[in-house]
Design a protein around this ligand. Structure first.
Ligand SMILES: [Zn+2]
Length: 391
């Protein structure tokens, strides 16, 4: 294996928090099912169902990510890489989860998490989580829960927008390093421009419709509030993370592509926006957008680790088309904390293979390859978000 990226520090630029007591209380035999794309999505979109167990277990058994997790975690825990072997060994390890997770972070060189606080809800306190598990956890404030909290008490769009702005400012004062929007899960990424009267009328319709998530009623309000969030972020000097691409089955798939978001990105060219997931599975499109707009950044999550056998080709696209200085490693762990560990390993290994190939082809030299690798694993995220040095 290449030693090109040995010892590089990982910043996981997009992941979610967890409650370790809840992780330990889940049926341990289903661990591998919950870390596959299908299993994770069924949980996050609320579609988990006993009737789906058979197809889920069948697909898990040969899912490369589940095989990699079983083999590698089995080696760490000293157990058979089977459902039962892992269930017993993991139950024992989680008995002292503080020591167990610290061991995993050290093994994978993970130092910082950039944590989207919008899932799971209720919100997890990143500072407390960081102290518990021995990582620096930075808060990314998701804007949609602020809208949900403020809209019932608001008598008009103007009142909602004011309460929303106050919520965002409080999040900045609390140390949030970025805002995050999942408008792709609500009304789509084709964010338009609406007049104040359009917004007021849409707000009234949306409220009388019981806050049903329609493009007719909710969209003008959500579009205008995303623009407001961009304005507050610009004033605060922080980036905005926008979910871009596919996701779980709750996604508005017909309006989830990077090209849908392009007009609003082009209109905000001078401030940093991170396309979370790089537009997965349309990563070529995301990489293209980042190649022509100076402050559009990409995160590798979903490609790493869930593209599994295709991680290398996804990284080739991202690093070949977009400037590598704007590509940041992320996992989108949203189920079990071991995903943060596994994903950092898989990403670092794949990145080293891709960069070594670049050196072989004399498109890169070793110094440039090593710098790109260290920057993608952590340096770019540290620079963009003003995080401290590793260690
Ligand atoms: Zn996520």
């Amino acid at each position: 294996m290449s030693d090109l990226l040995e010892g590089t520090s990982a910043v996981d630029v997009h992941c979610h928090g967890w409650r370790s007591d809840e992780v330990a209380a889940l049926p341990q035999r289903g661990f591998l099912d919950r870390i596959t794309m299908l299993g994770m999505c069924l949980v996050s979109s609320g579609l988990e169902d006993e009737g789906l167990r058979e197809i889920l277990e069948l697909t898990t058994d040969t899912a490369p990510i589940a095989v990699a997790m079983a083999d590698r975690l089995g080696a760490i825990l000293g157990c058979e890489p089977t459902r039962d072997g892992l269930a017993a060994a993991r139950t024992a390890a989680l008995g002292d989860h503080r020591a167990y997770l610290r061991r995993l972070w050290a093994d994978a060189g993970v130092d910082d998490l950039v944590m989207d606080d919008g899932y799971p809800l209720p919100r997890i306190d990143g500072r407390a989580l960081g102290e518990e598990v021995g990582l620096r956890v930075h808060r990314v404030c998701r804007i949609e829960p602020i809208i949900t909290e403020a809209r019932d008490a608001a008598g008009s769009y103007a009142e909602l927008a004011d309460a929303f702005t106050t919520g965002l400012e409080e999040a900045v004062a609390d140390g949030s390093i970025a805002f995050k929007s999942v408008i792709a899960y609500r009304t789509g990424l084709d964010v338009a421009e609406w007049s104040p009267s359009d917004c007021e009328a849409a707000f009234a319709r949306w409220r009388s419709d019981g806050w049903t998530e329609t493009r007719e009623h909710a969209k003008p309000v959500r579009d205008a509030l995303l623009r407001r969030a961009l304005a507050v972020a610009r004033g605060a000097g922080i980036p905005v993370h926008i979910h871009c691409g596919g996701g779980d089955p709750a996604i508005v798939l017909e309006h989830a592509r990077p090209s849908d978001l392009f007009p609003v990105l082009a209109a905000h060219m001078d401030q940093p926006v991170v396309l979370i997931h790089s537009g997965w599975p349309w990563v070529e499109e995301g990489a293209f957008v980042a190649s022509i707009l100076p402050h559009v950044y990409l995160d590798t999550s979903l490609s790493t680790p869930w593209a599994s056998l295709a991680i290398d080709s996804r990284l080739e696209i991202l690093l070949g088309i977009a400037p590598p200085a704007k590509v940041m490693y992320g996992s989108d762990e949203a189920s079990e904390p071991e995903v943060i560990w596994l994903s950092a390993h898989l990403a670092r290994e794949a990145l080293a293979r891709v960069l070594e190939t670049g050196v072989e082809r004399r498109q890169l030299n070793r110094a440039a390859a090593a710098r790109i690798g260290a920057d993608v694993m952590g340096g770019n995220a540290r620079r963009l978000h003003g995080l401290g040095a590793p260690g």
